[in-house]
Design a protein around this ligand. Structure first.
Ligand code: SAH
Length: 429
């Protein structure tokens, strides 16, 4: 979501002021940091970045510095208490007002702050993108109304708000014209998408996926992230649509019902397993990934072992796991936490090594199979190689002509490494 938001910041400033991005901070007129406050570590990085930029501003008084995103939303004017040289503070829902904030900041000695939640207003003002990569994010909803006890998102991005379907479809049609082949529908909780079409019929995420799949040129669809509570039967059914990638990221957080209750996730492990079993009837070989929080306040060894068991039972693919981080204004931050940090760290390492082993096993079974890969760019390490993603979200590196970028290509997998695959072109579609 932050990648998408950062692109939009660049788009609005390009349109209003003709600004271009530079890789060199020293030649910039404006430095923006788009921040994340999901865990404390991400938040702390903001202030060290600002400290480095202050030195640039000392040498160039014309330079403006802005802080956007969830730390801005959470801290507001307190950002200036710690970093008084910051000129602009804006939240995830007000980034479209950047051009005006920039003008205000230039003409005044006062810092300009706008961290309000004007619903979906910002989507009405975004300019069309100039050029796009073969795979693009498109935001369909924002915010979250689930109020999990550990999570800061409802406070920083606000409650769930869905975009108009026509606006989403038009944005995707425009992207398709610019060569985009894969769309990742984005939101904090995309399966809470609720809207209506022109004739007043209700639309949910499954309907939207079917509409997107009818757009010429769009051949692969993903969505990120969804919540197990609203992973309803219609979403399982929509996996019959072949354009929907054979992959699902569905964060479970814990395998212990006791912890899930303390987290206020509002589902039990049994419900999660039931959803996956039903989905596997439609897509037997689907790849399932998840997010996990370890060391939630009061997590016992038994709770943790239930999480490990769930990893085996589901056979999770590449997943994300984090040590619980207390966040401001959340109820979990008030809970007594008697789990020592070393124990949390040990649990994290155990969980990660289990997940990584599972993922490697899945990668190994892909050797000698042919995978459909959307070729996205040159490989990072070797300019003579191309790279793209399989349906189950693995990067594959292979030799091939640059003309393949933006195409779906069948790749025979030859080798499975820890974080990527290698292969060779089998045939182009
Ligand atoms: N909407 C998704 C969450 C997306 S945030 C959901 O409800 O499942 C991405 C991940 O960050 C979460 O899934 C969770 O695993 C992690 N996370 C969120 N808050 C956290 C916290 N306070 N401490 C540690 N990890 C956290």
């Amino acid at each position: 979501m932050n990648v998408y938001d950062s692109d939009k910041m660049a788009d609005v400033l390009r349109q209003s002021h003709g600004f271009e991005l530079t890789k060199n901070a020293e030649e910039a007129n404006l430095l923006l940091v788009n921040t994340c406050s999901i865990r404390e570590k991400a938040q702390e990085k903001v202030f060290s970045q600002l400290g480095r930029w202050k030195l640039l501003k000392d040498g160039n008084p014309e330079l403006l510095i802005g802080v956007g995103g969830c730390v801005a939303s959470q801290e507001g004017s307190k950002i200036m208490d710690r970093a008084p040289y910051v000129d602009m503070v804006f939240g995830p829902q007000t980034l479209h007002r950047l051009p005006k904030m920039y003008d205000d900041a230039i003409h005044s000695n006062e810092s300009s702050i706008d961290i309000s939640f004007p619903k979906v207003e910002k989507f009405d003002t975004f300019p069309k993108v100039q050029d796009a990569d073969p795979s693009a994010f498109v935001s369909i909803m924002e915010g979250c109304s689930k109020i999990c006890s550990f999570c800061v998102v409802p406070k920083t991005r606000g409650y769930e708000v869905s975009r108009e379907p026509d606006q989403i479809i038009n944005e995707i049609k425009d992207l398709a014209k610019k060569g985009v082949r894969e769309i990742n529908l984005l939101g904090q909780n995309v399966n809470a998408y609720r809207s209506k079409n022109k004739i007043g019929e209700k639309l949910k995420l499954a309907d939207l996926i079917n509409l997107v799949s009818n757009i010429n040129g769009i051949d692969r669809i993903r969505f990120t992230t969804s919540h197990p509570l609203q992973f309803t039967d219609d979403l399982i059914e929509v996996y019959r649509n072949p354009k929907l990638a054979n992959y699902l990221h569905l964060p479970v957080q814990s395998g212990s019902n006791r912890i899930l209750k303390l987290m206020r996730r509002k589902y039990k492990v049994e419900r999660y397993i039931d959803r996956i079993e039903k989905l596997r009837i439609v897509r037997p070989d689907i790849s399932i990934s998840s997010d996990f929080i370890v060391g939630f306040p009061g997590e016992t060894q038994k709770d943790f072992e239930e999480t490990l068991k769930l990893v085996d039972d589901i056979g999770f693919d590449q997943s994300f796991s984090f040590i619980y981080s207390p966040r401001p204004n959340t109820t979990a931050a008030e809970m007594e936490d008697n789990v020592p940090y070393e124990v949390k760290l040990e649990r994290l390492q155990l969980l990660q090594s289990k997940i990584n082993k599972n993922a490697k096993k899945i990668s190994d079974t892909m050797i000698n199979t042919t995978q459909e890969v959307l070729v996205e760019k040159h490989s990072k390490k070797d300019m003579n190689q191309l790279t793209g993603r399989t349906e189950n979200n693995r990067w594959v590196n292979f030799d091939g002509p640059i003309s393949l970028i933006g195409e779906f290509v069948n790749i025979k997998i030859t080798e499975a490494l820890a974080n990527s695959l290698r292969g060779r072109v089998f045939e182009t579609n």
